[in-house]
Design a binder for this molecule. Structure first.
Ligand code: ATP
Ligand code: MG
Length: 677
C-alpha cells in the first residue's frame, strides 16, 4: 500500500451523494398501478412464497391451457444430497406459447393493435405489425418450417439482426414445438458454429446482412463459414433460410453484384458492398418459402415442461452455458415479471433496447410484452447512430412510456452533453429500467434526473439467463428506491446471503446470493449436460440455487448486488467487491468506465486513489492504477473482469474469449501494462 495521506475533504472532481437517500414512487403511477403500495407488495409476496400454487395458478388463469396439470403443480428437488436436481411446474398441462402470445389476443378483439413498431438503423427506415398480421406471419413460417422437415423437439439456430422476422421465427418455432437457439448476430463464424454443433441444430435462419450504425455486416458470409465448419466437423446443417433484408428483389438469383444501384430499393439502406454467395441445395430465401405457405397452422399442444428454447449465457465468467427453459413456467414468469415490473397498461408503448440474441431480448422484447398484449418496439440500430441522441429521438417519435436498457449504454451516453437528451421530448416516459450489470449510483442519478426528468420510477432489475426473468427488483409504484440497489425479491423468490461455509446471514451483511426455492422461470438444465447444471448451480451450497453473484443487505433490508463472486478481491482479510471500488472511482469526472479522453496524469491517479480511500477505507486504496482507454467486454456489453485480473498479473492464458467483443483490446491493455507492476 502506498502512503498517500487521507485528504480531509473530497477532491474537486468527485461528486458525492448519500447512499441512503430514497426515492419515492412517482405519484402519477400509483392510482392505476397493479401493485400500489409496499404493503400490498408484501402481502402478495408472502402468499407467493408460502403458497406458490395459489399464487401462480391465479396468474395462470389468463392463459389458454388445452388441458390441466396431471401431476403436482410444483415438484422439485433443490438438494443434490437427496438425488438429482429437477424442477417441474404444471407438469402434464398442455399449452402453446405462440397461441398465448397471439391467437388469445386476436380472439379477445385485439387483432388490430400494433404488436411492434420496427425502427431501423436508419432513422427514416421503419414499419409496424399488428397482432393479426403477426399471427398470420408466424403461422406461415411455422408451416414453412414443417415443410422443411423441422419437427417438435428439433433445435433451430437463429442468427438474425433486430428485424420483425426474428420474432416471427421464434414464435413459429414455438408454434410447432421446435426449440429455438438464438445466437446474437455479432458473434463470429467460429462461435456460431460452436453453438450450432453443441445444440445439434437441424436448420439455421438468418438474414443477408444488416447495417449496425455505419458498419455493414455481411451475415450470410459469416453463416457460410460457420456452416462450412459444421460440415468439416461431420455435422452438416442441411437447411439455411435467409431473410432478404438488404438485397434488392431484382436480383432474384440471390447474388448481389457490383452493377446494382447504389440505393437499395427495399428501404433506404445503401448496400452496394454486400455480396453474398448461395448454395442452392441448402439456401432458401425466406420470401420464396413464405410465398405460398398457408396462413393457418394449428399450434402443437406442448407439455408445460417441454423445452421452449435454449440460450447461451454471456460468457463473462467462462465458457457459456446452454441454458434450457421450458414452455409453461417460462411463459408464466416472463409475462408476470413484465406486467408487474413495468406496470404494463393497455396503452403503453414499451421499449426494451436489448438485442433478442440475449435473454433480456427473449423475455422483455418478445415473450413478456406480447403475453401482455402491449405495443413494443424492435430497434435495429445503436444508441450512437446517427448521433448519441438516438435513444431519446426514438422515445420522442413513438411516445415511449416504459424504457429498458443497460447500465453500459447509460454510462457511455452520459459522457455526451445533456443536450443530446434534453432536446428531445421525453414527457411520455413513466418507468425507466436497467439490467445487465450493477448500476453505479452516478449513472442511476443521471438516468433519473436527466432522462427521467425526476418524474419516472427507476427499476434496477437483477436477473440472469438462468432465472428467465427478474428476480430482485423494485416494483415501480410500490418500492422506494435507492440508487444502486436492486431492492427486494420479486414474487416467488426467496433470497438468502450465505457465508463461504454456507451459513445464512441474517440481517445486514454481505455474502453469496442464493435462492431457497424454485420460481416458474428458473432454468431446468444445461442443454445436454445436466451434470454441469448441478455442479454450477447446486453443488457449492446444497439446497440452494447459487447465482454466482455477491450481494449486500443493508439495515433496511435492501439488497445491493456487488458483482461476481469470482471477481471479489480479498484485501487483508476484507472481501471487497469490484462494484464497490468501481462505484467510488466512477464518481470522478474523468472516469466513465474507462478514463477515455482524459490525459492520464499523476494528479489524476492521486485523486482516484484518494476517492477509493475516502469512500471505502484506507485498506481498499489501490496500489496501482492503470490507464485503460478501453475495457474487455462481452458482446452483450459486460466488463470481463476475469480478463482484467489476468492482465493485472501479466498472465497471457486468458481462457475462453469466444464472447469477447473486441480481441484487440486485450493486446492493447497488455502493452499499456508497466513492465514491473
Ligand atoms: P456467464 O454466466 O457466461 O458468465 P453472464 O453471467 O454475464 O455470463 P447473463 O446471464 O447474461 O450472463 O448475465 C447475468 C449476470 O449479469 C448476473 O449474474 C449479474 O452478474 C449481472 N447482472 C444482471 N443484472 C444485474 C443488475 N441489475 N445488477 C447487478 N448485476 C446484474
Ligand atoms: Mg452468469
Amino acid at each position: 500500500m502506498s502512503d498517500l495521506d487521507t485528504p480531509t475533504s473530497y477532491p474537486l472532481h468527485i461528486h458525492h451523494h448519500d447512499p441512503n437517500a430514497k426515492y419515492d414512487p412517482p405519484q402519477h403511477l400509483i392510482d392505476n398501478a397493479h401493485v400500489k403500495s409496499f404493503d400490498q407488495y408484501q402481502q402478495l409476496y408472502q402468499l407467493s412464497v408460502k403458497d406458490p400454487e395459489a399464487f401462480w395458478s391465479k396468474l395462470a388463469e389468463q392463459f389458454h391451457w388445452e388441458s390441466k396439470p396431471t401431476g403436482q403443480f410444483l415438484n422439485y428437488n433443490f438438494d443434490i444430497r437427496k438425488g438429482p436436481i429437477y424442477i417441474k411446474w404444471l407438469e402434464g398441462a398442455k399449452t402453446n406459447i405462440s397461441y398465448n402470445m397471439l391467437d388469445r389476443h386476436v380472439k379477445n378483439g385485439l387483432g388490430n393493435k400494433v404488436a411492434f413498431y420496427w425502427e431501423g438503423n436508419d432513422p427514416g427506415d421503419n414499419g409496424k405489425i399488428t397482432y393479426n398480421e403477426l399471427l398470420v406471419q408466424v403461422s406461415k413460417f411455422a408451416n414453412v418450417l414443417k415443410k422443411l422437415g423441422v419437427n417438435k423437439g428439433d433445435r433451430v439456430a437463429i442468427y438474425m439482426p433486430m428485424i420483425v422476422e426474428l420474432v416471427i421465427c421464434m414464435l413459429a418455432c414455438a408454434r410447432i414445438g421446435a426449440v429455438h437457439s438464438i445466437v446474437f448476430a455479432g458473434f463470429s463464424a467460429e462461435s456460431l458454429s460452436d453453438r450450432i454443433l453443441d445444440a445439434n441444430c437441424c436448420a439455421l435462419v438468418t438474414a443477408d446482412g444488416v447495417w449496425r450504425g455505419s458498419k455493414l455486416l455481411n451475415l450470410k458470409s459469416i453463416v457460410d463459414r460457420a456452416l462450412e465448419i459444421c460440415k468439416d466437423k461431420g455435422k452438416p446443417v442441411d437447411t439455411c433460410v435467409v431473410v432478404r433484408h438488404l438485397t434488392p428483389f431484382e436480383n432474384s438469383n440471390g447474388v448481389y453484384t457490383e452493377d446494382s444501384p447504389d440505393e437499395c430499393p427495399v428501404a433506404k439502406r445503401p448496400c452496394t458492398k454486400l455480396k453474398i454467395s448461395w448454395s442452392p441445395e441448402r439456401d432458401f430465401w425466406w420470401s420464396d418459402l413464405m410465398h405460398d405457405a398457408s396462413e393457418y397452422c394449428d399450434p402443437e399442444w406442448m407439455d408445460a415442461e417441454d423445452p421452449l428454447f435454449m440460450l447461451y449465457t454471456s460468457g463473462s465468467t467462462g465458457k457459456p452455458k446452454g441454458v434450457l427453459h421450458t414452455v409453461g413456467g417460462y411463459m408464466l414468469y416472463a409475462v408476470a415479471t413484465c406486467k408487474y415490473v413495468f406496470d404494463l397498461q393497455p396503452d403503453d408503448i414499451y421499449w426494451c433496447t436489448a438485442d433478442v440474441g440475449w435473454i433480456t431480448g427473449h423475455t422483455y422484447v418478445c415473450y413478456g410484452p406480447l403475453g401482455n398484449a402491449v405495443t413494443g418496439i424492435i430497434f435495429e440500430g445503436t444508441p450512437f447512430y446517427p448521433d448519441a441522441g438516438r435513444f431519446w429521438a426514438v422515445i420522442e417519435k413513438y411516445k415511449v412510456t416504459k424504457f429498458y436498457t443497460a447500465p453500459t449504454a447509460i454510462r457511455s451516453l452520459m459522457k455526451f452533453d445533456d443536450s443530446f437528451v434534453t432536446k428531445h421530448d421525453r414527457s411520455s416516459l413513466k418507468i425507466l429500467g436497467t439490467v445487465g450489470e450493477p448500476i453505479n449510483p452516478e449513472a442511476w442519478l443521471w438516468y433519473h434526473k436527466i432522462v427521467g426528468n425526476e418524474n419516472c420510477a427507476i427499476v434496477d432489475t437483477f436477473w440472469q439467463t438462468e432465472t428467465g426473468g427478474h428476480v430482485i427488483t423494485p416494483l415501480p409504484a410500490a418500492t422506494k428506491t435507492k440508487p444502486g440497489s436492486a431492492t427486494f425479491p420479486f414474487f416467488g423468490i426467496v433470497p438468502a446471503l450465505l457465508t463461504d461455509d454456507g451459513k445464512e446471514i441474517v440481517g445486514p451483511g454481505e455474502g453469496y446470493l442464493v435462492f431457497k426455492q424454485p420460481w416458474p422461470g428458473i432454468m431446468r438444465t444445461v442443454f445436454n449436460n445436466h451434470e454441469r447444471f448441478e455442479i454450477t448451480y447446486f453443488k457449492k451450497f446444497p439446497g440452494y440455487y447459487t447465482t454466482g453473484d455477491g450481494a449486500k443487505r443493508d439495515e433496511e433490508g435492501y439488497l445491493w448486488i456487488t458483482g461476481r463472486i469470482d471477481d471479489m478481491v480479498n484485501v487483508s482479510g476484507h472481501l471487497l467487491s469490484t462494484a464497490e471500488v468501481e462505484s467510488a472511482l466512477i464518481e470522478h469526472e474523468a472516469v466513465s468506465e474507462a478514463a477515455s479522453g482524459e490525459t492520464f496524469s499523476d494528479d489524476l491517479v492521486k485523486e482516484l486513489t484518494a476517492a477509493v480511500r475516502l469512500k471505502i477505507g484506507p485498506f481498499a486504496q489501490p496500489d496501482y492504477i492503470q490507464n485503460a482507454p478501453a475495457l474487455p467486454k462481452t458482446r452483450s456489453g459486460k466488463i470481463m473482469r476475469r480478463i482484467l485480473r489476468k492482465i493485472a498479473v501479466n498472465d497471457r492464458d486468458i481462457g475462453d474469449t469466444s464472447t469477447l467483443a473486441d480481441e484487440s483490446v486485450i493486446d492493447f491493455l497488455f502493452k499499456l501494462r508497466p513492465k514491473d507492476a
